[in-house]
Design a protein around this ligand. Structure first.
Ligand code: FE2
Length: 178
């Protein structure tokens, strides 16, 4: 599709986000299953529900635009999910796996925050105020999810993962190699 105007770019990036969210709907249950910490598992399950609502918001915006939401694959989300999958296949103590899951999830959140920030701004510039409001709601939710993941990481999970670390002498040796 040729991008001849900001409107074209707006629709194209909305399609990218629609694809990203659709891919995430399939990945989140797997991430919840891989999590050991109850709070983290609950956070993934809750974000699955939130993501369903975000998909609906995008569908509403497309309907008003008279455009299809499908037709584009978000290659970035595909890559982020592939990396997460690779990590989930690693052999790691539960708390280290939880820390890895948080890292993967925060990369996803930051990608989405960038994407929604852009389309929200395009919507405002194009005078699509209702869409701008809907996109801002999603942007706020993604920010909250990111904050929640940071809290979980800082409260217990990373501390426990740190305790899983190698004995100090080997750790120093490893650091020295860098
Ligand atoms: Fe999302």
């Amino acid at each position: 599709m040729a991008l001849e105007s900001l409107h074209d770019l707006y629709v194209d990036e909305l399609r990218d986000l629609y694809s990203a969210e659709s891919q995430l709907l399939k990945a989140l249950p797997k991430m919840a299953k891989a999590a050991s910490d109850e709070g983290l598992r609950a956070a993934f399950q809750e974000h699955l529900e939130v993501t369903r609502g975000q998909v609906e918001r995008l569908e509403r915006i497309f309907k008003r635009l008279g455009e299809r939401p499908t037709g584009k694959k978000c290659v970035a989300m595909e890559g982020l999910i592939a990396e997460g999958k690779e990590m989930m296949g690693e052999d790691a103590p539960p708390s280290v796996m939880d820390a890895a899951l948080i890292s993967a999830a925060q990369k996803v959140e930051h990608y989405e925050i960038a994407g929604y920030g852009c389309v929200r701004t395009y919507a405002r510039l194009l005078g699509d105020d209702d869409a701008a409001e809907l996109l801002q709601e999603t942007l706020d939710e993604e920010g909250e999810a990111d904050k929640k993941l940071t809290e979980l990481a800082e409260s217990a999970i990373n501390v426990e993962a740190e305790e899983e670390e190698e004995p100090a002498p080997r750790r120093r040796a490893a650091a020295g190699r860098r």
